[in-house]
Design a protein around this ligand. Structure first.
Ligand code: NAP
Length: 207
């Protein structure tokens, strides 16, 4: 009998995260479909079928992440894939930024993946092939920063890319690999209706 493969996706109730969960299930994974709102997690898991397990997980709240990791441990002794997908964005510039918005974006898009990775690493290390996939953005690339706009979002994704490299290097001696990926410009609530890619294409890089 083949061993079950387990994945956890943050912000999986809608958008790219929901589609990543769907495509991983199609590939045979059991997926922890997480949302900061447990009812939304349950609704999303219900629509994804028997291989979806609903969990509450607010990446901006350490206690919520810790509780979710404990619940994952109740289902499985290892985790193969963590997708740090949850994200938010504000339309701001460096010169007129709102410190409250910067804190919210950094907490969700940058600190969230750090905290989530920390609590799930013990399970990822027990997989023969553990992977952390950070959903980043071209907008965080150093070379694209000069275009400006969405300043707090750009800062958070640049920092996320730095975290990816640092964590990957610290985990070199283990079987866990860490990646940053850009989904492209995708039609979701964040991407808007003018985006060039359907959600299926936005999810496939991470999958
Ligand atoms: P979206 O449609 O706005 O969905 C964002 C998801 O993140 C929602 O499920 C949202 O949950 C969740 N979320 C926000 N804050 C959270 C928190 N504190 N804890 C847990 N979940 C939280 O956005 P998307 O387009 O699918 O984006 C997904 C990822 O792709 C993000 O990291 C984004 O930066 C990245 N990305 C998107 C594009 C694009 O063109 N769309 C391009 C490059 C990168 P709620 O429903 O509760 O709000």
């Amino acid at each position: 009998m083949t061993k079950a493969r387990f994945a956890l996706v943050t912000g999986a109730n809608r958008g790219i995260g929901n589609e990543i969960a769907r495509q991983l299930i199609d590939k045979g994974f059991v997926v922890f479909v997480t949302s900061r709102d447990v009812d939304k997690a349950r609704e999303a898991a219900k629509s994804l079928g028997d291989s979806a397990i609903a969990l509450e997980l607010d990446v901006a709240n350490e206690t919520s992440v810790k509780n979710a990791a404990e619940k994952v441990s109740g289902h499985t002794s290892y985790l193969d894939v963590l997708v740090n997908n949850a994200g938010i964005m504000f339309e701001d510039r460096m010169l007129d930024f709102d410190i409250g918005n910067i804190n919210k974006v950094m907490q969700t898009n940058f600190v969230g993946p750090i905290v989530t990775s920390k609590y799930l690493l013990p399970l990822l290390k027990k997989s023969a092939n553990g992977k952390i996939i950070n959903i980043s953005s071209e907008m965080g690339e150093l070379a694209s920063l000069e275009y400006g706009g969405y300043a707090s979002y750009r800062l958070s994704k640049t920092a996320l890319n730095a975290f990816t490299i640092l964590l990957g290097s610290e985990l070199k001696a283990t079987s866990v690999k860490v990646f940053s990926v850009c989904p492209g410009w995708v039609k979701t609530e964040m991407g808007g209706s003018g985006a060039t890619l359907p959600v299926e294409k936005g999810a496939d890089t991470a999958v």
